[in-house]
Ligand binder design. Structure first.
Ligand SMILES: NC(=O)c1ccc[n+]([C@@H]2O[C@H](COP(=O)([O-])OP(=O)(O)OC[C@H]3O[C@@H](n4cnc5c(N)ncnc54)[C@H](OP(=O)(O)O)[C@@H]3O)[C@@H](O)[C@H]2O)c1
Length: 232
């Protein structure tokens, strides 16, 4: 019998992360969740809980080592859900963000997921051929739209940069069965969801992506209740 698949959710909080974790667990996955407030050990649901600060990309390999040590398998699915932004202190001044904050947010939004994707691939190469693997990044519309106000500057920089390497990675590795997705929930009309995102819709869609169901491209825009919808 094949070993249970393993899901690692990096940046797992009360909204998207918690519901995605439950969904994978109920689909037969062993689950690990990581965040700054993680208690460590096992959660009430039996998930491996790992304390992690994703502003520190050099700490990412140890998170994967912890998952392998616990489950005797690397994660087959990695969800990168953390995000960060620092509003510019100067009104109407996107370039007033301190370099330190710009760098830290870029680490969380782009560098750490990039390192996590490197770790994911290294683990997938050790798995039996045909194992369904996926790296799923929780995105938004900022990879495509430059907002006029400066508040979202760091978030947009990070999402746009990550969308680029995710698209390149999917093109390069999908023939080997390694899929990379930039998942972006949209409103029915294609508008951004803003802060109004639907966690169960993320969970259902991410489970579909993890199973390689449908012919979904790396730019995985989706609508609650519908799944993948091509907008752009
Ligand atoms: N499609 C859209 O239009 C749209 C709209 C809104 C949001 N989003 C995306 O949805 C995602 C977040 O959703 P959510 O807030 O509902 O998720 P969530 O799973 O409730 O929370 C994400 C968790 O990430 C963790 N995190 C943040 N910074 C971290 C760090 N430096 N190191 C480790 N963990 C960190 C936080 O936990 P700790 O405090 O414990 O670290 C936070 O609770 C983001 O990627 C965001 O950009 C998309």
């Amino acid at each position: 019998m094949a070993a249970a698949p393993v899901a690692l959710i990096l940046g797992s909080g009360p909204r998207v992360g918690a519901v995605v974790a439950q969904k994978f667990a109920s689909s037969g996955y062993k689950v690990a969740v990581a965040s700054r407030k993680a208690a460590g050990g096992k959660t009430a649901e039996g998930f491996l809980s790992i304390k992690a600060d994703l502003s520190q990309p050099e700490t990412i390999p140890a998170l994967f080592d912890a998952v392998k040590a616990e489950f005797k398998s690397p994660p087959t699915v990695v969800v990168y859900n953390a995000a960060a932004l620092t509003p510019p202190p100067g009104e109407g001044a996107p370039l007033s963000i301190p370099t330190e904050s710009f760098t830290s947010d870029l680490n969380i939004n782009t560098v750490s997921p990039y390192v996590a994707a490197q770790q994911a691939i290294a683990g997938w190469e050790t798995l039996p051929k045909g194992t369904k693997t996926a790296f799923i990044y929780t995105g938004n519309k900022l990879n495509l739209v430059v907002m006029p106000g400066p508040v979202l500057t760091n978030l947009g920089v990070g999402k746009a940069a990550s969308a680029y390497w995710i698209g390149v990675a999917d093109a390069a590795y999908s023939a080997r069965g390694y899929r990379f997705f930039y998942a972006d929930e949209r409103a029915e009309n294609g508008n951004s969801k803003g802060s109004n995102i639907d966690a169960p819709a993320h969970a259902d869609f991410y489970a579909q992506l993890a199973n390689h169901e449908g012919d979904i491209p790396w730019l995985a825009t989706f609508v609650a209740g519908k799944g993948y919808v091509k907008f752009d």
